[in-house]
Design a protein around this ligand. Structure first.
Ligand code: TPP
Ligand code: MG
Length: 722
């Protein structure tokens, strides 16, 4: 099959009209795709597989796309209907069947993902999720990374000292990135966010909309105004547009050929809108007779690309009925062999479930990151703020690692570079990225559109190519549009692809309240919503030195990291430290004893560290209670050993955080202490947090809502008295 395919691709690109041999090969691929679907449907009915969604009706468009592109050279972000594309790129029916049964030998995911969720590093097909449209932003970031490596090939060099040791980089100056969705999925904001950046940066992304007229049961005219996506996107600058009969493989191939040529030439992105049809219901869980009248379904069947192509081969005397039957039998045999193989394949091992949640390669809790004590800080060095030392770390790391890009809202000094001759530059609303664009240039430090999913989605695309995006979400309060990308893509890519792909992005986010007037939308906490996500590291330093060392570990490590920076701590006087040098790192999962004590353990982090310290000092002075304070520093992973050692010593424990009490971070810590250290406790585990409400604007309300040193002191006294 490999030979037939590559010869088809070779002559297709040169020929003016498709020779019979290639038409037969196209039909064979379309048929193979349909027969794999049919066999899966049978297996699902026999309960031998557990889910089925077909590409039936999309085969012509998908084969046309595949033949215009180059597997293992171009990049692919397809969706679940692209079975024929995957086959035409080199994915085999056996590989598809192995995924359908959830075999250990399922190449794409090792039994973790549903069928049709393709992935193949060899073919440059990136693992896809079930979330519609998210992958378009990955495609954009992937194209940006390809361009970056082409302009800076030295950035692809390997080094053994950080995540780069595990990221092989390949790139080609004229590569194209293919990304497809259904027409219904174009209603997602992320569709428009992807087109925005591809257009603005003239990226070689080939967007394909496979329009079958329905999104499950919702007809196209209910999804979008006017019912035609081509009309809606027509005014995006820099695009090549094509609208094509996606049931005609030759017309589709031609449309893709022109689109690919445009992208390869570096002229900008392309948009191919193919009108295809749905030969079956949406999936095997759907019955389209419930919402489509019979006449409509029958009319649609007349457009079935497989039926039309077969008729054409006969009509044009390319194949006889007997030859078609022979071809069909050979395809059947191939599919049967694939099914037989899959049904006897080994199943995944339960013991391996937790593999690839995080990187196997590089452990950020390891001694490799414990350089804290090796660095010598000059005794006369000036103390610097947390904001300064984060900025210093970003400068150091960007100097050291050419694969780092920094972007987000307003992070550049000035997007219009010429302005920098006259102005100082902004460098972030909190000035944390000040001077980076001036030192490293606008290719590496730039402003994003005001779209948080765009920021994180593109970062995933950059990172899976081996780059290290260190992006900023301007305020934690506005991270929510990116939550979908964080929860369903960023954190899970490595696990769902069984370790084939990874996207070790760093997301820096100013968080928290105590701002006096910060109000609802500039004071939020909510870290436990992120520590609840496997695959994501969550860090929250409380002082300048920790921020510097932990950010360095975040950047050098091989996992995605959410780096939470408390705004109130950025420029405090009490948490400053001298600059510790360009290699100062702190491992994750190691708490710091802020204050040793013997009567009570206070587990905390972030802005509650200085507030807890105030409370503890008053407890000592006024009540002779000696409180031991542990600053967790990283929230996932967290330092259970230090908590346990301290609680065994003091027998009393209080967990204090700024976020709301109910369902907060402290609930997990308290539950684990109660469960595992029950015998060591002389009192119930207590918690301090904010009221279960929002943070209000008026300072007397804000003070009452957020925990204060008084609140903590009262809890200490109650607990000691118990
Ligand atoms: C973000 C998201 N929302 C909802 C769903 C559930 N869902 C799966 S497919 C689908 C319809 C997609 O329609 P369309 O984009 O037209 O693609 P088609 O299946 O018709 O090819 C929906 C709503 C999902 N997978 N992801
Ligand atoms: Mg559709």
């Amino acid at each position: 099959m490999e030979i037939a395919l590559s010869s088809a691709r070779e002559s297709l690109s040169a020929a003016a009209s498709l020779p019979p041999r290639q038409l037969v090969e196209i039909y064979r691929l379309m048929l193979l795709s349909r027969r794999v679907d049919d066999r899966e449907i049978l297996l699902k009915r026999q309960q031998k597989i557990f889910f089925q969604i077909s590409g039936a009706g999309h085969e012509a468009l998908a084969v046309g796309a595949a033949l215009a592109l180059r597997p293992g050279y171009d990049w692919f972000f397809p969706y679940y209907r692209d079975r024929a594309l995957a086959l035409a790129l080199g994915f085999t029916p056996a590989e598809m069947m192995l995924q359908a049964v959830g075999a250990a030998t399922d190449m794409a995911s090792g039994g973790r993902q549903m069928p049709t969720h393709w992935s193949s590093p060899a073919l440059n097909i990136v693992s896809l999720s079930s979330a519609t449209t998210t992958q378009l932003l990955h495609a954009v970031g992937c194209a940006e990374a390809g361009r970056y490596f082409s302009l800076h090939p030295e950035a692809a060099d390997k080094t053994v000292s950080d995540y780069r040791a595990f990221r092989d980089v390949t790139f080609h100056g004229d590569e194209v990135v293919y990304a497809s969705v259904g027409e219904g999925s174009t209603s997602q904001g992320e569709f428009w966010e992807a087109l925005n950046t591809a257009s603005n940066k003239k990226l070689p992304v080939l967007f394909c909309v496979e329009d079958n007229g329905y999104a499950i049961s919702t007809p196209v005219e209910f999804s979008m105004p006017g019912g035609n996506i081509s009309r809606l996107v027509a005014n995006f600058p820099n695009f090549h547009f094509a609208e094509v009969d996606g049931t005609d493989p030759e017309a589709s191939f031609r449309a893709f050929q022109s689109a690919v040529a445009y992208c390869r030439a570096g002229l900008g992105p392309a948009f191919v809108h193919g009108h295809c049809m749905r030969a079956y219901s949406h999936s095997l869980s759907d019955d389209d007779r419930l919402y489509r009248p019979q006449a409509e379904r029958e009319a649609d069947q007349l457009r079935d690309p497989l039926v039309k192509m077969r008729a054409r081969l006969l009509r044009e005397s390319i194949l006889t009925e007997a030859e078609l039957s022979a071809l069909e039998r050979s395809v059947e045999a191939e599919v049967s062999a694939a099914a037989d193989l899959a049904l006897t394949a080994p199943l995944p091992k339960v013991a391996e479930i937790t593999r690839h949640v995080y990187s196997d390669n590089l452990d950020p809790t390891s001694a490799a990151f414990a350089t804290e004590l090796k660095e010598k800080v000059p005794p006369d060095a000036q103390s610097r703020t947390m904001a300064d030392l984060i900025n210093a770390c970003l400068h150091d790391e960007m100097r050291r690692d050419p694969r780092i890009v920094v972007y987000g809202q307003d992070v550049a000094d000035a997007s219009r570079e010429a302005a920098l001759a006259e102005v100082k530059g902004k460098g972030g609303v909190f000035k944390l990225t000040a001077g980076l664009q001036t030192e490293f240039g606008s290719e590496r430090v730039f402003n994003s559109p005001l779209a948080e999913a765009n920021i994180v989605g593109r970062a995933i695309g950059y990172a899976l190519r081996g780059m290290k995006p260190v992006v900023e979400i301007q305020f934690f309060d506005y991270i929510w549009p990116a939550m979908h990308q964080i929860r369903n893509e960023l954190s899970v890519l490595r696990w769902r692809s069984n370790g084939q792909w990874a996207c070790p992005v760093v997301i820096r986010v100013p968080i928290g309240g105590y701002l006096t007037g910060g109000s609802i939308y500039h004071s939020q906490s909510g870290e436990s919503l992120f520590t609840h996500i496997p695959g994501l590291r969550v860090v929250m330093p409380s002082n300048a030195l920790d921020a510097n060392g932990l950010l360095r570990t975040a950047i050098r490590c091989d996992d995605p990291v959410l780096f939470l920076e408390h705004k109130r701590l950025y420029r405090e006087t009490h948490d400053r430290a001298p600059y510790p040098g360009p290699d100062f790192a702190i491992p994750f999962g190691k708490a710091r004893i802020v204050r040793p004590g013997s009567h009570l353990t206070l587990v905390t982090y972030g802005a509650l560290v200085p507030r807890s310290l105030q409370a503890a000092e008053r407890a000592k002075r006024d009540h002779n209670i000696d409180v031991e304070i542990l600053d967790l520093r990283t929230l996932s992973p967290y330092d259970w050993e230090s908590i346990a050692a301290s609680v065994r010593k003091t027998s009393r424990v209080l967990v204090a955080h700024e976020d709301m009490l109910s369902w907060g971070y402290g609930a997990e810590i308290a539950a684990r202490i109660a469960s595992e250290l029950f015998d060591s406790l002389d009192a119930p585990v207590r918690r301090v947090g904010s009221l279960d409400t929002f943070v209000a604007y008026q300072p007397i309300l804000e003070d009452a809502i957020l925990p204060q040193p008084d609140t903590i002191l009262k809890a200490i006294l109650d607990l000691k008295a118990f």
